[in-house]
Design a protein. Structure first.
Length: 278
């Protein structure tokens, strides 16, 4: 590991069972256990999947389990972050002014929130029938010299969203997800392409097991700015590790100059022509 790198733990879990809905408490216990193992392994931050605190495809329980950003789930995760000495990224249904958002929050080692992001691109009926879309595309935070950004699941399938992060200075993009079969190609092909075309580290952390009719495909991964796979999980519950580095982002961007070579003088005209055809 380079001296300028940040070790990250990626928790593909907790494992879910098709005919059973895990309690919030058991989910938090699994996150807590993973956090302590990750910290003992030298990780500075643990990333968990989309809706990791509550479950995702759980019907009416989703709204019942929704809470404000600084509610009991926040308190429980903050206590783990402080006791383990590790930052934690977790997913939860955020309740705000009567709306529910598919949110990801980051808690620092001191137990305070570093960032909160509301999913902007909602996928299918599962999202659209349960959540209000967020209206802030780029949310991020700094950790140990790395500029970190947040997206959730379907968001990363839009190159514009990832490129917005590149333009905002993101060096490591954190993407909690709930990717299900038969969309394995997103984890295997699209995510590496996003890392390369926007020249940043991307970690994609998926759920595993089944919830109702959905079977999650796992395949959590860490990809470097060249598109190289640093770590890859299988289909079951797993904790994997990777190192991200600001220096490596700078080195890769000096060689792969896509961001500098864009014809920004042409793109606004293209957008105007497209809008004129609508």
């Amino acid at each position: 590991m380079n001296v300028d790198s940040l070790r990250v733990g990626l928790f593909q879990g907790p494992l879910t069972a098709k005919d059973a809905v895990a309690s919030v408490q058991s989910n938090l216990e699994a996150i807590g256990e993973a956090a302590h193992v990750a910290a003992a392994s030298g990780a500075s931050i643990l990333v968990t999947p989309e809706m990791s605190a509550t479950g995702y495809n759980i019907g009416g329980l989703l709204r019942a389990r929704a809470e404000v950003a600084d509610g009991p789930i926040f308190d429980a995760v903050a206590a783990v972050a402080v006791s383990a000495g590790i930052a934690i990224v977790y997913g939860y249904p955020e309740l705000s002014d009567g709306d529910v958002y598919n949110s990801v929050q980051v808690i620092g080692r001191d137990g305070f929130s570093l960032a909160n992001y509301r999913k902007t691109h909602l996928f299918g009926a599962l999202d659209r029938e349960n959540f209000t879309p967020g209206d802030t595309l780029v949310a991020g935070f700094d950790l140990d010299g790395i500029r970190c950004g947040l997206l959730t699941c379907y968001d990363v399938e839009f190159p514009e969203a990832v490129r917005a992060h590149a333009d905002a200075g993101t060096q490591w993009l954190i993407v909690p997800t709930g990717l299900m079969a038969p969309f394995e190609h997103i984890a295997q092909q699209v995510v590496p392409a996003r890392a390369y075309e926007s020249q940043m580290f991307v970690t994609y952390v998926n759920r595993c097991g089944s919830e109702s009719e959905l079977t999650y495909c796992g395949l959590s991964c860490a990809i470097d700015p060249t598109g190289r796979e640093l770590a890859r999980a299988g289909a079951e519950q797993e904790l994997i590790f990777a190192d991200v580095s600001a220096a490596e982002v700078a080195r890769s961007r000096s060689v792969n100059t896509h961001l500098d070579d864009r014809r920004l003088d042409l793109y606004p005209a293209y957008r105007s022509r497209r809008e004129g055809r609508r």
